[in-house]
Design a protein around this ligand. Structure first.
Ligand SMILES: NC(=O)c1ccc[n+]([C@@H]2O[C@H](COP(=O)([O-])OP(=O)(O)OC[C@H]3O[C@@H](n4cnc5c(N)ncnc54)[C@H](OP(=O)(O)O)[C@@H]3O)[C@@H](O)[C@H]2O)c1
Length: 511
């Protein structure tokens, strides 16, 4: 079991996990468990990666017994997958247990402890993984109860239990620090796995490979050759039924503090000396520290905040009205929460000085698209630019929905008098026949069992990213940064386009 996700993906053949682990899933009846965690386990079973020893103990209140729970899980899995293989499902179901438990009821934790000890006697458990797939307000409370009721050590000589914690980790630096102080009294940092599910995405894991295993990019990955960097995570959906959570969070905490800054750190960090989780994390931390040191005094010129308004989308045969953010379920009708943000920033280091980095994310935009665009400097031979304007070289790393890479370069138009036209060289990973990209959670679960923390965020990364986000929030308040309105299902506020036009550039998703 020494293979990590990287090797797993390079070779989609079986790499067995043969440790006898207990996976205790708090929030086992919730949306995340139904739609991500259990389907990921199903896939691991289908790919024959899990052997016969493990147990998943899902906790929740809403189902009375295992049969009810399995029936509900099966229904969710059926909605998600076109086809369920009954052989794989039966195998997974035989490893699943349901334990009715309320976070508020201490007796339930005591019962769980007895249950774990009993199981350990018969099954010789090698390790426990406690997964908190619950609302963040319960994170500290559950961890304290795990400690109080001896659930980490129950039946074990040494405590080697892991804690997996969903996002968001705090809602600002102070709350994140408080939560971390609580957790670190119970679990060592080595055993705390903070999830940022974007890190499990195929193309995010590909960033370092593209950067470091291709000399043509490696040699050019600096201010001498790169004109600007763009990262955009555009969503077409609204807040759905997460209104209450989103209105407190907004795009800045929902997308920037975690996913966008994580991507930014992988793109801009210095080269790690090796591929250990600790080394990579250290390099990322250097980026987060620099961000947190940014003085942001002219943020008013570098930021655009927006919130979607209602819109009517007319197609040939239909007319669809889309609600404004403030009309959505559980949203304050006077809400000032930003559902869109664009930000221009710089990193003041030797590699990136004066290279603008443009970040953007929003809800209810006209298309779902997440990508990273690296635009190279227009360093053309003068002979070719005397009578024509050439396009710059652009490396586009496509994260979703399409996964792949494209490279724009210039070529001679056939049968022309040296007229030059841009062409795109495309690698579409997700279009490849027989390639079925593993789901984010599949790899993340594999790695947490294997103990590889590369795809999880360290406390240092989280703490500096919060410091940076807190600073932006504070500056926005002090400088009363405007909240632009943009019609739902469009390209976002016009001001975001002007942010780049002022620099004679355009967003690569708008070209
Ligand atoms: N859903 C997603 O796609 C998604 C994506 C990324 C991150 N996340 C994060 O994952 C976490 C879980 O989200 P979710 O969408 O799964 O939430 P959810 O659907 O509301 O599920 C909450 C879970 O917590 C349990 N629970 C709530 N109060 C409880 C109590 N007092 N005692 C015992 N169990 C209790 C619920 O069980 P019962 O109702 O059965 O008691 C349920 O299993 C959150 O931190 C969220 O931010 C979710």
């Amino acid at each position: 079991m020494n293979k990590t996700l990287t090797t797993l993906y390079q070779n989609l053949d079986t790499e067995n996990i043969d440790s006898n682990f207990q996976f205790i899933l708090f929030g086992g009846t919730g949306d995340l468990a139904h739609n991500k965690i259990i389907p990921a386990f199903y896939n691991l079973v289908a790919r024959d990666i899990l052997t016969n020893k493990y147990t998943i103990i899902a906790t929740g209140r809403r189902y009375k017994n295992k049969n009810e729970y399995l029936a509900a899980l099966y229904k969710s899995l059926k909605n998600k997958k076109k086809k369920i293989d009954s052989k794989h499902w039966k195998k997974l179901a035989s490893h699943l247990e349901y334990f009715q438990l309320s976070f508020k009821n201490e007796a339930d934790f005591k019962k769980l402890e007895n249950h774990l000890v009993q199981k350990d006697k018969t099954e010789k458990i090698s390790e426990r993984i406690f997964y908190l797939a619950t609302a963040p307000k319960f994170f500290a409370e559950i961890a304290k109860k795990l400690d109080k009721f001896n659930l980490l050590n129950a039946g074990f000589k040494t405590n080697n239990s892991k804690l997996v914690i969903e996002k968001p980790f705090g809602h600002d630096f102070k709350s994140a620090q408080k939560l971390n102080n609580t957790l670190s009294k119970i679990f060592s940092e080595k055993n705390i796995f903070r999830i940022d599910h974007y890190l499990g995405k195929e193309m995010i894991q590909n960033i370092m490979v593209i950067r470091l295993s291709n000399p043509i990019f490696r040699a050019l990955w600096n201010k001498e050759h790169i004109d600007n960097i763009q990262i955009y995570l555009n969503e077409s959906e609204g807040v759905k039924d997460r209104g209450k959570y989103y209105d407190d969070t907004g795009v800045i905490k929902d997308m920037f503090q975690n996913h966008i800054l994580q991507i930014l750190s992988l793109i801009t960090m210095e080269e790690p000396e090796n591929l250990s989780a600790a080394e990579i994390s250290q390099k990322k931390v250097e980026v987060f520290k620099e961000l947190a040191d940014n003085d942001l005094s002219n943020i008013d010129e570098h930021i655009v905040r927006g919130q979607y308004s209602s819109n009517i989308i007319e197609n040939k045969n239909s007319k669809k009205s889309i609600k404004a953010y403030r009309e959505e379920k559980e949203i304050d009708p006077n809400s000032k929460t930003a559902t869109f943000m664009a930000l221009k920033l710089f990193l003041n280091n030797q590699r990136w000085q004066d290279v603008p980095i443009y970040l953007k994310s929003g809800k209810r935009l006209n298309k779902k698209e997440a990508a990273i665009a690296i635009e190279f400097k227009d360093d053309f031979h003068a002979a070719y630019t005397e009578d024509q304007k050439l396009s710059s070289n652009i490396l586009l790393i496509k994260i979703q929905p399409e996964e792949g890479v494209s490279l724009r370069f210039n070529t001679r138009k056939p049968a022309s008098n040296n007229k030059i036209v841009p062409v795109e060289m495309e690698f579409c990973q997700s279009c490849q026949q027989f390639f079925n990209s593993p789901e984010n959670y599949e790899g993340l679960i594999y790695d947490m069992i294997a103990g590889d923390k590369t795809l999880f965020t360290s406390w240092e990364e989280v703490s500096y990213s919060w410091k940076f986000i807190d600073k932006i929030q504070k500056k926005c308040q002090e400088q009363k940064i405007k909240l632009h309105s943009y019609p739902a299902q469009t390209g976002g506020p016009k001001a975001a386009d002007k942010l780049l036009e002022a620099d004679n550039r355009i967003w690569q998703d708008k070209k």
